[in-house]
Design a binder for this molecule. Structure first.
Ligand code: HEM
Length: 457
């Protein structure tokens, strides 16, 4: 099923390098065509004047070997820092804007946020600065605080995720048609993350509102740096105003009645590297990261999988009969349609050369994970789902190295359980006559709605 363009989309299918623009409205519809041109003609593609300051540049990296190299060295390629003065002149606010009081020594492993965000994003920033200012602490933070919940330890949520999945299916199993996105792929990660963090399920509409506000730069932000205007940034802060207070309220409740959840754990844990408890601000920072990372990404992955399986009904039948292949399908679908297509989350600290192209110190690297995953020099028949492909988890959808997505364990678990439960109960999914597939605007690759018919088993 082709993807529909919306009225505001200006992009058309690029026929030459000069027509490639990954960031214009509607570009999502042609990203994979653009990648073919970039791989062939400009694998290190300069975006003039869009580096850390107006006299530096951005560079889109699209080759697997380059991105895999960059993400594994967090000291040589730290998160970018943009000068406040330059942003001010441009009237914009970036996710990576400079904060005056940042300790420059600690920059390599930190992520720097906008000065327009006095409260919430600062909690995230503070938690990064205080808990994991360097590579060793970054590893310790992941190992001790997030791995047991959303990383390798996520398997402990198997029963909860299965129950949540089946309850969602119960809600539409007796209908003729339903929206796979709003009635399944979207609520599943919302319920799962609320259960893991320990937020009441009835508050999910608020989590969704805050999650949407958190990802505003990735949906409405301009260019590869996801820059919001000052007005948009202020609007974001208004929307997010209540999240910090909400987490504080939840923490107070957990102090009185601790439960088997992540918030109670974070309140109780002695952070090994410092031999001390976490502050409330640090805990808010961790909760913020779980919400911003844990909702839409997994939603988009599950929705892409539905489209792929409807487009290839024999694959659905094969997976249904051979459930042990579902995991390979999940990995291949993540590779072929990465929800997080690209992020400008690294800069150069020295002059570099990629694919023979000089990239000066102070450039911002836009890591195009989606393109690297279909790099023909790394993956044979890169656009095909091949369940027998060697090293299935080699893709860059969750990145790699120490900064690899900490939530990959829970996301993979959700996707596997989703398809196992769906195949237990559904014989076949089909598009309806009204099905229109439109992509979410911005930097993510996600389907907004997916109306489906289905036959029950
Ligand atoms: C299909 C689903 C997902 C995709 C494609 C995805 C992708 C990514 C990518 C590409 C990064 C950047 C890594 C880097 O800079 O090298 C990242 C970071 C992150 N992800 Fe995910 N993610 C997904 C699901 C999740 C989930 C379920 C959670 C939470 C439970 C999560 C939490 C985070 C956090 C907190 C970070 C920031 C890590 C840090 O810098 O501390 N993600 N993710």
């Amino acid at each position: 099923m082709p993807h529909e363009k919306t009225d505001t989309d200006t992009a058309k299918c690029p026929m030459s390098l000069g027509e490639v623009d990954l960031f214009e409205p509607g570009a999502q519809n042609f990203w994979y065509e653009s990648y073919k041109i970039l791989h062939r003609e400009s694998p290190v593609h300069k975006i003039p004047g869009e580096g850390t300051s107006p006299d530096t540049d951005g560079f889109i990296l699209s080759k697997y070997e380059d991105i895999a190299f960059v993400v594994k060295d967090i000291l040589r390629f730290p998160p970018p820092v943009m000068k406040n003065t330059d942003l001010e002149k441009a009237g914009v606010s970036g996710f990576n804007a400079e904060k005056e009081n940042i300790d420059k020594e600690k920059l390599p492993a930190s992520s720097v946020v906008s000065r327009h965000d006095p409260s919430l994003m600062n909690a995230f920033q503070v938690s990064i600065q205080s808990l994991r200012p360097n590579e060793e602490l970054w590893k310790a933070h992941k190992r001790q605080l997030t791995d047991p919940w959303v990383g390798p330890g996520a398997y402990r949520h198997e029963e909860m995720v299965t129950e949540a999945t089946n309850k969602l299916i119960d809600n539409w199993i007796d209908k003729d048609k339903f929206d796979f996105v709003s009635e399944f792929a979207m609520p599943l990660p919302q319920i799962v993350m609320a259960n893991i963090i320990g937020f009441p399920l009835e508050d999910i509409p608020f989590h969704k509102k805050w999650g949407d506000a958190m990802v505003m730069p990735f949906v409405y932000g301009k260019g590869h740096r996801n820059l919001l205007t000052k007005d948009q940034s202020d609007e974001q802060q208004v929307l997010l105003k209540d999240f910090g207070n909400y987490v504080i309220d939840q923490l107070e409740e957990k102090k009185k009645n601790p439960k088997e959840d992540m918030l109670s754990f974070l309140l109780d844990v002695t952070y090994e590297p410092f031999d001390r408890k976490l502050t409330d601000t640090e805990i808010i920072g961790v909760a913020y990261a779980m919400i911003i990372g844990g909702l839409e990404t997994t939603q988009y992955a599950i929705a892409h999988q539905a489209v792929m399986l409807i487009d290839d009904p024999d694959l659905y039948v094969d997976l249904d009969k051979n459930r042990e292949k579902i995991n390979a399908f999940v990995e291949e679908s993540l590779r072929v349609k990465a929800p997080t297509q690209g992020l400008s989350t690294r800069m150069t600290t020295q002059d570099e050369v990629f694919q023979g192209v000089k990239v000066p110190k102070g450039s911002i690297l836009h890591l195009r994970y989606g393109a690297a995953n279909v790099d023909p020099d790394t993956f044979e028949c890169p656009h095909e789902i091949d369940l027998d492909r060697k090293a299935l988890t080699r893709h860059l959808t969750f990145s790699q190295g120490h900064r690899t997505c900490p939530g990959n364990g829970i996301s993979r678990l959700e996707q596997n359980i989703a398809w196992n439960c769906l195949m237990d109960r559904i014989e076949k999914f089909e598009y309806t006559t009204e099905t229109k597939i439109e992509y979410q605007s911005g930097i993510m690759l996600g389907t907004l709605e997916l109306l489906l018919n289905f036959s029950k088993k």
